[in-house]
Design a protein around this ligand. Sequence first.
Ligand code: TIU
Length: 221
Amino acid sequence: MIEIAATPFPYSLAPNGKTALVIIDMQRDFIEPGGFGASLGNDVTLLQSTVNPIANLLRVWRARRWPVVYTRESHRADLSDCPPSKRLRGSPALRIGELGPMGRLLIHGEVGTGIIDCLAPQAGELVIDKPGKGMFYATGLHEKLQVEGVTHLVFTGVTTEVCVQTSMREANDRGYHCLLVEDATQSYFPTFKAATLAMIVAQGAIVGWHTSSEIILTSLA
Ligand code: TIU
């Protein structure tokens, strides 16, 4: 095991391909203007700070040939996997499935649903389309990770308190050892990010650990 300095105490990272790097929803719809995140009234520029830390971690995972998992929040073109309770929530400028400047919001195959170019997945990396906020709901991901023998997950991506936290909690319940990378995740609401970091590590790491990308990179150098 590789010990990583973390909060609330050191995290033991499993080497030899047992630790997957998880990149949650780094898609144009959340990061760029004109997408779903902006349609909800958010300042999407706040999420840009995650890109370099994720790129740095990706380089290390790829060099070691360790598993990488990308998720995209996305739905079928006929919206059969998007319950009205999700689509009709609130009063966004555009709803899921409606046509924006980058195509239909959060629909499979549309430009806006794709991962941003500078973090584009490579052949052999897992790309999971998830209809929910959590990455295990209706995706078959747990079974795929079990086949590969993955036991540890390092979480990055957006947004911290929505899809990242939901996925991390789902993973914790399935027995994965979960580490969240503070500077590789971001929220449209800085106070929500801070609260999420605090609540996952409370009560003796009840959901998991957090640390910085720099500490991980130094520990793996
Ligand atoms: N709105 C918001 O903060 N997030 C989402 O809707 N999805 C994800 O977090 N990916």
